[in-house]
Design a protein around this ligand. Structure first.
Ligand code: PMP
Length: 448
């Protein structure tokens, strides 16, 4: 209850209705990986908000860039004016993308970025005379966003089921999770076998109807940082090429350095056809997302009459000024490399915690996108009883110790418990160690 400190100026009854709202302290200020509540306590941000604040809070360079833009012009509609901020950021992104992915369409968030990819893919297919293709195969479990289009390709039943009649749910294949369904199998063989599910699904649907396949290269909140075996990624690319199916990488969570490379796709040398990005893009400093597409495809869509899509706030100068400064910071401070190094240190710590606590059943991830799964039985990985609310309680116990972690009561669309440990990419070795100490304290308290 001591975390319930209220702003004296806040009304007694909140008029907001976010889930679990009202149980957390009011935010006062934040700096680096630290957040300060109006309860007088400091909190280590081991969630980066929701895997957003990749360069930490209050970065002076980003704030200066945003202030400069605020002083000059706060909004210019993209169809009425060009802006240096959006041109500059698009050029920077094109330079960092795999060759060929050189056109950027800005939006304001992850769901919008996914929607943009889906609609662009469809319009491209029509433009090149393949209008029979409209199905987008995705995976179960997965998370691609909460708007109806993004939800149609999201494999996360509790979030999608209520809306089924309002959208056309798209075909899904199983997301590889070897720790659950491929134990003991050779990882290379498992990776290929799981990728081959895509070929089976394309054939079942009829290749002439299949537009695209969308995947998170490393699972986000729906699976908890699950990485497929290395053989999975090139095989998926091959299958998409074989059937003329577009490969869309949802790098909303994984992009901009989070997994130890600018794009997660780089780990496997994959060039997707379309990429969705957001979260770490403007790193919490402003709402920003983007679809990145090859100039060749963009020209085809434009020649066929244009892209029937766009949001009012797309490419607004303040968000782009923030994004530009964030991306420069990531590149110049080589924060992807720091994410890879600190990720190794953190993973070693999580493995030690797994050895220490009987209910920590799995730890996994890539770079600083990592998760810990809580189970009833380490051998069978049986889930903990729902009434225990283990992940949620762990988050509360972490709060009490000044640590913020992110949780989902899911093991991928179904019941289960995992927490994500995803600090800003700027984290130092000493901070990783302190974070792990606080997490150990919370796990001990949970164990009692
Ligand atoms: N795709 C992925 C992989 C995500 O993790 C998320 C957000 N968790 C989204 C899309 C949706 O992004 P937003 O919440 O900004 O709409």
């Amino acid at each position: 209850a001591d975390t319930l400190a209220r702003d004296p100026a806040a009304p007694a009854e909140s008029h907001l209705f976010y889930q679990a709202h009202g149980t957390r302290p009011f935010i006062d200020r934040a700096e680096g990986i630290w957040m300060y509540g109006q309860d007088g306590k400091s909190y280590m941000d081991a969630a980066s908000g929701a895997m957003v604040c990749n360069i930490g809070h209050s970065n002076p360079r980003v704030i200066a860039a945003m202030k400069e833009q605020l002083d000059r012009c706060t909004f210019a509609y993209r169809l009425q004016f060009q802006s240096e901020a959006s041109e500059g950021l698009a050029a920077e992104i094109a330079r960092l993308m795999p060759a060929g992915l050189d056109k950027v369409f800005f939006v304001s968030g992850g769901s919008e970025a996914v929607e943009t990819c889906l609609k662009f893919a469809r319009q491209w297919a029509i433009a090149v005379g393949q209008g029979s293709r409209y199905k987008v195969i995705s995976r179960f479990p997965s998370y691609h966003g909460c708007t109806l289009g993004a939800l149609a390709v999201t494999g996360y039943t509790p979030l999608s089921a209520p809306f089924d009649p309002m959208m056309r749910a798209m075909p899904k294949i199983t997301t590889p999770r070897q720790y659950l369904d491929g134990r003991g199998e050779d990882p290379d063989a498992y990776g290929r076998r799981m990728a081959d599910l895509l070929e089976e699904e394309i054939l079942r649907q009829g290749p002439e109807t299949v537009l695209a396949f969308i995947m998170e290269p490393v699972g986000g909140a729906s699976t908890g940082a699950v990485v497929a075996p290395d053989t999975y990624y090139p095989r998926i690319r091959e299958i998409c090429d074989k059937y003329g199916v577009l490969l869309i990488y949802d790098e909303v969570m994984t992009g901009v350095g989070r997994t130890g490379r600018f794009l997660a796709a780089e780990h496997w040398g994959i060039t997707p056809d379309l990429v969705a990005m957001s979260k770490g893009f403007a790193a919490g400093y402003a709402p920003l997302g983007a679809m990145i597409a090859p100039g060749r495809m963009v020209r085809q869509v434009l020649d066929a009459g244009g892209f029937a899509h766009g949001h009012t706030y797309a490419g607004n100068p303040i968000a782009c000024a923030a994004g530009r400064a964030v991306v420069r910071e990531i590149v110049e401070q080589d924060l992807s490399t720091n994410a890879a190094c600190m990720g190794e240190r953190q993973m070693a710590g999580l493995q030690a915690l797994m050895a220490e606590f009987p209910f920590v059943g799995d730890v996994r991830g890539k770079g600083l996108l990592q998760a810990m799964e809580l189970v009833a039985d380490k051998e069978t990985l049986a889930v903990l009883p729902k009434e225990l609310n283990a992940a949620s309680r762990l988050v509360d116990l972490a709060y009490e110790r000044g640590l913020i972690i992110y949780f989902r009561r899911t093991r991928g669309g179904a019941e289960g418990d995992h927490v994500m440990i995803t600090p800003p990419l700027t984290i130092t070795p000493a901070e990783v160690d302190e974070m792990l100490d606080r997490l150990r304290g919370a796990l001990r308290a949970l164990h009692k």
